[in-house]
Design a protein. Sequence first.
Length: 483
Amino acid sequence: SEVNINVLLQSLEREAVANRSIVLRVFAICCVRYVHRMKSSNMAISRILPPDVRSKSQMRLLIFMRLAFAPWLLMVLPFALSARSEPLTSDTDQDHYFPDSQLVLEMAILSDAVYHLRNKVQSCHDDQARNRTLIDFIQAETGSSSSGDNQTEPQDIYEMLLPKGARCLDYSHDYSLGTQVLVVRSSLHNYVAVSYAGTDDWRTALKDGDVLTGDFGPSDSDDIGSIFKDVPDGVRVHRGFNQAVFDNDGFRKILNCVSSAKMGGNCDSDISDGAGAGAIGMDRNLSSAPYQLFTTGHSLGAADSVLLGAALHLTYPNETLRSINFGCPKIGNARWSFWINSLQPDNGGQMVPSSVDTGGEKRGSLEVFRFVNKIDLVPRLPEQLPPLTHAGHTLQMSAGGKIKAYYDHLGNDDLGYVGVPFGWEAAPFALLPFALVSHISHHYVDYFDTYISKSDSTNASLLYLVHDFERAEDSNNVVSSFA
């Protein structure tokens, strides 16, 4: 009845205000418009049609309206009902499988920072990086003076853009490909990270649009190409993404840089004067070497980071590498996904057998964590035939701060884990403007920054955004929150 509907709408509005949920408010508005449209349609029929045919016409219109609008509302309803703010909790388990919140936040900062370097500097040691006008411009562009806790005026743009304790080792922009890549080292958190920028010009847009698939790795067959001999047959990846990483000797340059950086050396060609990588400027904190390796990126950069992670795993098969990325599109075919998933440890920490020969030593792993902000459209793309699929774990961020982790995206029946819920692929198309807004890189940074600060943990380094994958017993066969 209309009374019951009004009570429902009032309840939804109270929930929306209490939880600051945009999507819940949108759902309430949809309900109001649905009711008003039904009422106005009935009034129009009452004015136009004679009484003897009015009831039949009203019944047909009611059926039509419900068929037209109800599916759309049902798609949005699960987002709204589950978009509640939940504080994050601390976990002191040092063997926690998921990356801690501080690490995720720093990877998100790096993924966003590389966008702001475009057409501003040529390298990490460019004098332009200390230009006060440029610093003020980027400060206005980002809305903050520093990404770290230090409130003093930054001396260069890297101090302002990078996480506290992180140092720029190499930055390059291949203008022919549109590929931007940043390599940093954090002695504070003991890692070397490679960050790729996403789509921000027509060249990178062309890479997104090159949806044909090809072999994984460089097209030549030199000494670098020999690293890829252990890639399983039938593995195919998005050709545009693959070219962004491997064309123009891009992978070789990154590999030389990372090989030096993880042992404490430098890798910028403009300061080495032809000397061997890391010959000068060694990190003073050599007790931390070798550093952990991470790859990260946003959008197209997220896809590039997974491809680089797989290539680095083939190069260093005994080490543990992690790709922590944001808004990642689909990258390869089913064989690609199966191969990447086989490189990850299972939930018990036991390594899955690999085709890579490690000489009897303990095999390393490649762990892929793909964060998806609400109804971000890009992770649902591209759709094509043959279909591309996701590799690695999906960590779905909701409007209220809760994150749900889906093992290998599609789940694992043997381990009791479920995959992403029904409707996950189609959800953004119902709210397309919000889906595009959800993809913006700094929204990922804001999300982690906001909800980490609201957590009940006094030590952010011990805080985890998620504690376990979604299990079958936790699922009620209802679409989970991904708004």
